[in-house]
Design a protein around this ligand. Structure first.
Ligand code: SDX
Length: 427
């Protein structure tokens, strides 16, 4: 195979190098295109554009493959803890026993937040969306934890602080929004157990850890931990490329994830299923609306920029959803509607032609409902899961000696030059 492509235009030609990835993905390196040809490329939404070289996550959208640092997500969901998965993504290898113990101790020691942060939470309007609060509060952490000594020490401690505190901050926003007493993290609980206890424990009704719910949360967070260059990860890399602090870069990722086309879809799926239920469970009507170009309605939880067969995470999430609901003896009518909707969609020619299959968000909301997470916090749950991936991607870009500030070009389509007209001469 040749290691370059030839671009010809109006009799001139240039050769551009070809880059081949570990799994044989091919890219044309256009970093010298404008200099050699005067051309730039145009790719709205970047569906055909690679933003970086990365060793963190591999996805194959045609084969439904997802691996973190080479390990299939199915194996991690089956056997790993979320803490091990976070360590793997950030450091590149699974931790040995000593590394895992040290990581656990650092997460525990940094799991409290500054007491003054409570004042911030108490001054948000009660109906504030928790994603807006989380994005603001993560950004505020820089004020409470200013720069430390060495760069390496600051990066390691800042990454651990974020992983340790994000659960506490999410549970705190929930408790304060309900006027409840804030519950502190406990040293004797695991990462997932601590979050559930901080969310649901009250002084008059101690939270009884449910093994099925803890396991479901572990799998949920592992499945969300990274997904290569998705919208929110790209936001973290772009904002981080200006060499801003990690808290601000992560805050931008949380803001991007909030969108209903991205991480906000898990909340939108439940709202859509509830609307269909209230409309008498009319799934055929929802499918017809999703096909109708004049109707802005989309089947939330369906479709994906990369997965054009199935989202491997959706398969694991559905299996875990069935197990969790059976274990908790919950019969959620929304799951019945989701199942019927999926059956109709997978047989519908529009969905077949557009390669639209359930994505991770299609079932994740039903899992979160069964655990007792309020709908408005679903995307916060996604953010907590994605945090290790955002950190790993940010760190990889910071460590890349070739990395530079992200500044795309454009094709201008506005007015030609013309002179300013003073107000007295303007009608
Ligand atoms: C996540 O990128 C990631 O990796 C994201 C994520 C991660 O882990 O980070 O996987 C998490 O964001 C999952 C996706 C959650 N979003 C939703 O479920 C919202 C519903 N889905 C869509 O809006 C859409 O499928 C996207 C946003 C997910 C993908 O959009 P694309 O790749 O830009 O595709 P598109 O919008 O250009 O649609 C292509 C065609 C269009 O029809 P045509 O104009 O070509 O005829 O497919 C249609 C769209 O109208 N289409 C849908 C549809 N999704 C796409 N039609 C109906 N219902 C849908 N859900």
């Amino acid at each position: 195979m040749e290691n370059f492509v030839t671009l010809t235009y109006n009799g001139s030609e240039i050769k551009l190098p070809v880059v081949i990835g570990t799994e044989g993905e091919k890219a044309i390196d256009i970093s010298n295109l404008r200099e050699k040809s005067g051309f730039i490329t145009l790719d709205t939404g970047y569906a055909n554009t690679g933003s970086c070289m990365s060793a963190i996550t591999y996805m194959d959208g045609e084969k439904g493959i997802l691996r973190y640092r080479g390990i299939p997500v199915e194996q991690l969901a089956e056997q790993a803890t979320f803490k091990e998965t976070a360590y793997l993504l950030i450091n590149g290898t699974l931790p040995n026993r000593e590394q895992l113990t040290n990581f656990s101790v650092m997460l525990n020691d940094n799991s409290l937040v500054h007491e003054d942060l409570k004042t911030f939470y108490q001054n948000f309007p009660r109906a504030s969306h928790p994603m807006g609060i989380l994005s603001s509060m993560v950004n505020a952490l820089k004020s409470f934890y200013p720069t430390l000594g060495t760069r390496e020490e600051e990066i390691t401690l800042t990454m651990t602080r974020l992983l340790a505190k994000v659960r506490t901050m999410a549970a705190m926003s929930y408790k304060i929004s309900r006027g409840h007493k804030v519950v502190y993290p406990r040293p004797d609980l695991t990462y997932c157990e601590n979050f559930l206890n901080m969310m649901f424990h009250t002084p008059v009704k101690p939270y009884e850890l449910n093994r099925a719910a803890v396991n479901a949360l572990r799998v949920f967070w592992i499945l969300h931990a990274d997904h290569e260059q998705n919208c929110s990860t790209s936001a973290v890399r772009v904002v981080g490329s200006a060499r801003v602090n990690l808290y601000a870069a992560i805050s931008s990722g949380i803001a991007a994830l909030w969108g209903p086309l991205h991480g906000g879809a898990n909340q939108a799926v439940i709202e859509m299923l509830t609307a269909i239920q209230e409309d008498g469970g009319n799934c055929k009507k929802a499918i017809a609306r999703a096909r109708d170009k004049n109707d802005p309605f989309r089947l939330m939880g369906f479709g994906h920029r990369v997965y054009k067969t199935y989202d491997p995470r959706a398969i694991i999430m559905k299996k875990m959803c069935d197990e969790l609901l059976a274990s908790l003896k919950i019969n959620d009518p929304l799951l019945d509607i989701a199942t019927e909707l999926k059956e109709f969609a997978l047989k519908d020619q529009y969905f077949i032609d557009h390669n639209l299959y359930p994505n991770i968000d299609f079932y994740s909301g039903i899992v979160l409902r069964a655990i007792g997470i309020p709908t408005k916090m679903f995307t916060v749950m996604f953010a907590i899961g994605r945090l290790p991936g955002w950190i790993a991607q940010w760190k990889e870009s910071m460590d890349d000696p070739k990395w530079k500030i992200c500044r795309p070009r454009q094709i201008y389509t506005g007015e030609k030059e013309y002179n300013f007209v003073p107000i007295h001469a303007r009608e």
